[in-house]
Ligand binder design. Structure first.
Ligand code: 0X9
Ligand code: ZN
Length: 312
């Protein structure tokens, strides 16, 4: 009930979330967790086949759209919503967990990337830094309060990796923080969807230290990659998985994945979804591939979750 042959704007994605929550009132709750810098609602869905509030199950939390221009990420998250509601082919995965899905963390940036500047990355906020009026926006994935201000971030508002004038300066990132604060002790997996690069990254990403969970993080992400490869296309780049720093070759403090992992969430990942070289590339993945990326990524997540259950 949502097209996957073109990229949809914020209103269309929010309309879809509302529609799903109306048609599945027993299992889906839409939450408005405050408003963005420019006043747009910050929305996510909670999905549970029992009752979310009864705290019976572990939670899987998946978000996208922290970075505005990475357009392939939100449809992947709405596809997951679709697979947990209107087209359930994995009833066990649906039943075994409670789910939090937030397709657009940064609605102001997302809208701006549609209407003004296709390659906009950051939020759209201004702060007291005089440069910030000329150069609005904070990199949401540098704004979390873990290793905030460490290497791979900038104090310059004009930088694409501006960290903000303090941790959690961004109202959008505070909304994500609040989800973590409320539910972290039930969360077994967190995935932040980004693009591009065909990578599954795991902590730590703020420096080159190795997580004590890295063995299992690697096994579960390897299961994801295997399933993705099975369902992928020959012209798609092969996925690689690994510790952030060793895989994407830079450090970044204040990122969501490390923040989640530091709260004790064992399976914390950043997905860099595919971008293709040749023709439309990178962030501007040809819309003809949206559905392909959605289906293969969902199968990867299913395989990864199945692996974590076996490892438990
Ligand atoms: O730099 C980022 O925020 C992510 N890559 S992106 O091209 N989508 O901007 C990677 C984040 C990896 N995690 C950490 N370094 N903690
Ligand atoms: Zn990103």
């Amino acid at each position: 009930v949502m097209p996957y042959n073109s990229y949809l704007n914020l209103d269309a994605i929010y309309a879809y979330m509302h529609d799903v929550s109306m048609r599945h009132q027993k299992t889906v709750t839409m939450v408005t967790a405050g408003h963005s810098f420019e006043g747009r609602p910050l929305r996510y869905l909670k999905i549970s086949t029992t009752n979310f509030q009864r705290r019976l199950k572990k939670i899987i939390f998946i978000d996208s759209g922290i970075h505005a221009r990475e357009w392939i990420a939100p449809p992947v998250v709405t596809w997951i919503i679709h697979k947990l509601t209107d087209d359930v082919t994995e009833p066990k995965i649906l039943d075994d967990f409670d789910w939090i899905l937030m397709p657009i963390v940064n609605p102001d940036g997302y809208e701006f990337s549609f209407s003004k500047k296709r390659l906009w990355r950051k939020t759209r906020s201004t702060d007291t830094n005089p440069k910030s009026y000329r150069c609005p926006g904070v990199d949401g994935n540098r704004n979390f309060d873990f290793a905030w201000g460490a290497t791979g971030t900038s104090s310059n508002p004009c930088s694409e990796i501006y960290r903000g004038n303090k941790a959690f300066s961004e109202v959008e990132i505070r909304a994500v923080r609040d989800i973590f604060q409320t539910y972290f002790n039930r969360m077994s997996m967190y995935i932040s969807m980004h693009s591009f690069g065909s990578m599954i990254l795991y902590p730590w990403g703020h420096n080159s230290s190795v997580s004590k969970y890295s063995f299992n993080l690697h096994l579960a992400s390897s299961a994801m990659i295997k399933a993705i490869k099975n369902a992928s296309l020959p012209n798609f780049p092969a996925y690689v998985n690994g510790n952030s720093v060793q895989t994407i070759f830079y450090t970044a403090g204040g990122a969501a994945d490390d923040y989640a992992h530091n709260l004790g969430i064992p399976y914390s990942y950043t997905f860099e979804l595919p971008g293709l070289s040749g023709g439309m590339e990178g962030f501007e993945l040809d819309p003809m591939y949206i559905e392909q990326v959605c289906t293969e990524t969902w199968l990867g997540i299913v395989a990864g979750i199945t692996k974590t259950i076996k490892l438990a």
